[in-house]
Design a binder for this molecule. Sequence first.
Ligand SMILES: *Cc1c(COP(=O)(O)O)cnc(C)c1O
Length: 385
Amino acid sequence: MKDETRLIRSGAEPRPLARTVNPPIQRASTVILPDAASLYDPDQVSYGRAGLSVRNALCEAIAIMEGAAGTRLYPSGLAAMTGPLLALLKTADDILVCDHVYRPTRLFSDRMLRRFGVSVRYFPQTLSPEALADLVRPETRVIVLESPGSLTFEVQDVPAIAAMARARGVLTLMDNTWGAGLLFKPIEHGVDVSAQALTKYVGGHSDVFMGSASVRDGALLKALEASEHDIGWSVSPEDAYLMLRGLRTLPTRLERHGRSGLEVAAWLASQPEVLEVIHPALPGSRGHAIWASDFTGACGLFGFVLRPAPEAAVHALLDALTLFGLGFSWGGHESLAINVDPQRKRGAALGDYAGPLMRLHIGLEAPEDLIADLRAGLDAFNAAA
Ligand SMILES: *Cc1c(COP(=O)(O)O)cnc(C)c1O
């Protein structure tokens, strides 16, 4: 054989791999089939887009965590919400979406779903299940939930809403990014599709995008698989590897995020500049009662309300922080801070607050260091107020 042929054929012998702690990253578009009969055998894996070793391992591990019949992966957390909606909806269907839903999910509903003739209606996130039942129409196909909301942290009565929806033949889809698949188990509580941005706590290091949708039964799994295939989504095996690695330490990291978050929240509640801390796991906070009955823990994301002050004072607070990064997203090892009001003004009925609304993500730093940083921020706030 000539060099060019030998270079293509050499080193390509399949060999059994040594057993490692984690599954190997298998990179492939083409899959080589063992014989001619296998080429068109529907039971054979015939192309890499559907997912090979590490992606399948990640699906399996998330399905076990979510108590699901199966899990599909998406290239982002947003796609893990839009993907199931595309899989389940058709023209003339109606969906009910909670008002505080992640804003890009709302934009998808308003722009894309409406363009395809789906009726999109929003309901206040704190609406009672009985009042929500009154909004259900014969053509209502899906109710979209998110709890707690990622800006204003209202906690929805998910078990009651899911039971109400099921009794009326309506599916429920929940964005469970705050619960991260561990702190709240949507499927156990009656939800049909549990989606999360793995980008946040599962990845855990602010450097990789992915989403998952986990489903209650085989029919839903088939619907999600079919639409994933039809649309052509695929995630990279390297990214799936990073997510699987993150999953191994998720409970340990979340426990620390939750504990430190509560410590910082309790400290903030005692500061004179702070009118209210909105942290569902903090006794006395809005949402605490439902959180206490449905959740097993807290992550590191929560909000607080400052005493009324001009925007310049809010900026002075943020600009004085040295340990908190000013940035969107959350779930990584680092602490982050944003002011929320510019997003509330763009969004829907996100409630009224007596002063500026802030959001913190508490990372894995020592809480006493974070508290000192926040105290310096509050001092700068006072100086500018
Ligand atoms: C970040 C986020 C998403 C989207 O995840 P991406 O991976 O950034 O697309 C969806 N829902 C919530 C609540 C989020 O915070």
